[in-house]
Design a protein around this ligand. Structure first.
Ligand SMILES: NC(=O)c1ccc[n+]([C@@H]2O[C@H](COP(=O)([O-])OP(=O)(O)OC[C@H]3O[C@@H](n4cnc5c(N)ncnc54)[C@H](O)[C@@H]3O)[C@@H](O)[C@H]2O)c1
Ligand SMILES: [Zn+2]
Length: 353
């Protein structure tokens, strides 16, 4: 079953298609755009790239943070020029979130903006990175420091792509799906994976339609992310993003409980949901809580003190200036596990249907 999810942004509106085989919709999308040429940048094998219906340059790419650089953007734009790509043509990305991010930025900058269509191939890219128009590359000083808002013209989340995704990468995306339970999409954990993807995208589409430029409700998408980001950094990225977010979600429940915003059963629900997806729920044993607190103070949500998106009587919302002693106490009360076990469990545990 395929689902069509509209992202309503006035003249920048577009559809996200989710389901097996939806990549074959590409030629129709390209025709609808009136493009006469296409450049497809693909991290997957050429046979995975669908027909565009127009003369096409296929550029092989590689996923990974190393390639998310301004120099890749420059190289891509150079190839676009050599191929004669015009402003009314189209760029297509096919790969994980790193590829959709860097290709999205190249499309945003080339001739001050050329249409881009994303074919996300990792679960994380399907539920998150490819939808919403944020594009970025890394600098040596940090991740995603240079970017632009550039909405795609369509996103085709072909769930057939996921058949070759390593188990751990599947878990990575499940971390983002799990947090949806607490920001407006409860009950999706019992759905089959394609429907979980569609429900997560629907949630994100609604939030993005309200706050395209990330100045308000879009921060809800950062549920579990304050601690999640700190854990990624503190473990030298040994934890995948979705794993950090999963632990951060358990922590967000405990913190909301400690602040009297939710009752114990709702705190327990955080643990139950994250566990349901087979994701890690404990802090890595050798991570120093003081280092985590220091890192969380640098979070982009915390302009003045420690800021978290927390559940409460009116649902999730941004809570700023959370007292450091409460944060430290809740961190100290978190269960601990060896990093190797946390990562190992994520590699060998059951994958939900
Ligand atoms: N723009 C946004 O709004 C947004 C949101 C979330 C994340 N992101 C970005 O997304 C990136 C993370 O994305 P990611 O987790 O997809 O990382 P990734 O692109 O590095 O892909 C993860 C791994 O999965 C492999 N892979 C992808 N699809 C595959 C497939 N179908 N079969 C086999 N292997 C496959 C990749 O080769 C890679 O090894 C980060 O750079 C992050 O900043 C952006
Ligand atoms: Zn995330």
């Amino acid at each position: 079953m395929n689902t069509r999810i509209p992202v309503r942004l006035g003249d920048r509106s577009y559809d996200v298609l989710v389901g097996p085989g939806v990549r074959t919709a590409l030629a129709g999308v390209v025709r609808g755009l009136g493009a006469r040429r296409a450049v497809v940048v693909s991290a997957r094998p050429p046979e995975w790239v669908p027909d565009t219906g127009v003369p096409t340059l296929l550029l092989p790419a590689r996923d990974g943070e190393q390639g998310k650089t301004l120099s890749t953007v420059e190289q891509l734009c150079g190839e676009f020029v050599r191929f004669g790509l015009t402003r009314s043509d189209v760029v297509v990305s096919c790969g994980g979130g790193t590829t959709t991010d860097v290709v999205g930025l190249a499309a945003a900058l080339y001739h001050r903006g050329v249409a881009v269509v994303h074919l996300p191939t990792s679960l994380l890219a399907q539920v998150d990175a490819s939808v919403g128009g944020k594009t970025a590359v890394n600098l040596p000083a940090g991740k995603n420091l240079v970017g632009a808002f550039w909405q795609p013209s369509a996103v085709l989340c072909d769930t057939d792509y996921l058949s070759t995704l390593p188990r751990r990468e599947l878990r990575n995306g499940l971390g983002e799906i799990a947090r949806c339970h607490f920001i407006g999409a409860p009950g999706l954990r019992d759905l089959p994976l394609p429907e979980q993807i569609a429900a997560s995208v629907t949630l994100k589409a609604g939030i993005v339609a309200e706050d395209e430029r990330d100045t308000g409700v879009r921060h809800l998408l950062n549920y579990g992310h304050t601690l999640g980001h700190a854990l990624e950094i503190a473990t030298g990225f040994a934890l995948r993003h979705g794993e950090g977010v999963a632990i951060g979600t358990v922590f967000a429940g405990r913190l909301a409980g400690a602040l009297g915003r939710i009752g114990q059963s709702r705190v327990d629900e955080h643990l139950a949901v994250v566990r349901h997806y087979g994701l890690p729920t404990a802090l890595p044993a050798d991570v120093d809580p003081a280092v985590l607190v220091r890192q969380m103070r640098r979070d982009k949500k915390s302009v003045t003190g420690l800021g978290f998106v927390l559940d409460g009587p009116a649902g999730a919302e941004l809570v700023t200036d959370v007292a450091e002693d409460v944060v430290t106490r809740v961190l100290a009360e978190m269960p601990r596990a060896d990093l190797a076990d946390l990562v190992g469990a994520a590699t060998t545990g059951p994958v939900p249907a």
